[in-house]
Design a protein around this ligand. Structure first.
Ligand code: SME
Length: 149
C-alpha cells in the first residue's frame, strides 16, 4: 500500500500547480488511501512567531488553526523535532482535542535544510493503528514536500 502511495505522492508533487494545491492533493490522497487516516493536514511555522498555522488538510474542519509551540502534540513536535506517535490520545496530558471521535494521532516534523518548518499531522478514529511503516512513509512524504518548498 505505502509503495503505491509513494509513487502517487511523487507524481502529485511534480505537477505544475501551486504548492497549496499540491499539498491539498497529497492530503486527499493519504486520507482516501489509508483507511485509518481520518484527518490529514499540514501545519507550518507562522512566520517568525512561536506558533504553528494550519495549511492544507483533508477531513473535518478544525478550530485549531493556530497552535502555540509546546501546546498539544503538534506544538510539542514543533520544539522536539522528533516524530510523535500517540496510540491513545486519552492517555496524553498535553493534547488538543479536535474531535471526540479521534483515538490516536501521529505527527512527523517537516525539515527543510535541517530546520523544523512544519509537520504532517494525522488523526485516526482507530486505536493504536500506527506502526514504523507509517513513520517511514510519512518521513518520505515530508522529504518530498520539503523539496518543493
Ligand atoms: N491534536 C492536535 C491538534 C491538532 S488537530 O488534531 C487537527 C494536538 O494535540 O496538537
Amino acid at each position: 500500500m505505502f509503495e503505491a502511495l509513494k509513487s502517487q505522492v511523487e507524481k502529485i508533487l511534480s505537477q505544475e500547480e501551486n504548492v497549496d494545491t499540491r499539498l491539498q492533493l497529497v492530503c486527499d490522497l493519504l486520507r482516501e488511501g489509508v483507511n485509518y487516516y481520518d484527518w490529514v493536514g499540514f501545519y507550518f511555522r507562522n512566520g517568525d512567531k512561536e506558533e504553528l498555522k494550519l495549511g492544507p488538510y483533508a477531513g473535518e474542519p478544525t478550530d485549531h488553526t493556530i497552535i502555540p509551540f509546546g501546546k498539544g502534540i503538534c506544538g510539542q513536535v514543533a520544539v522536539s523535532n522528533e516524530n510523535f506517535v500517540v496510540p491513545d490520545v486519552a492517555a496524553q496530558d498535553n493534547y488538543i482535542a479536535c474531535s471526540i471521535t479521534v483515538k490516536s494521532e501521529i505527527v512527523i516534523p517537516l525539515l527543510k535544510n535541517g530546520e523544523n518548518i512544519g509537520q504532517i499531522d494525522i488523526d485516526s478514529n482507530t486505536p493504536d493503528p500506527f506502526s514504523e511503516e507509517d513513520e517511514r512513509f510519512l518521513e518520505f512524504v515530508n522529504e518530498k514536500v520539503a523539496q518543493i518548498l
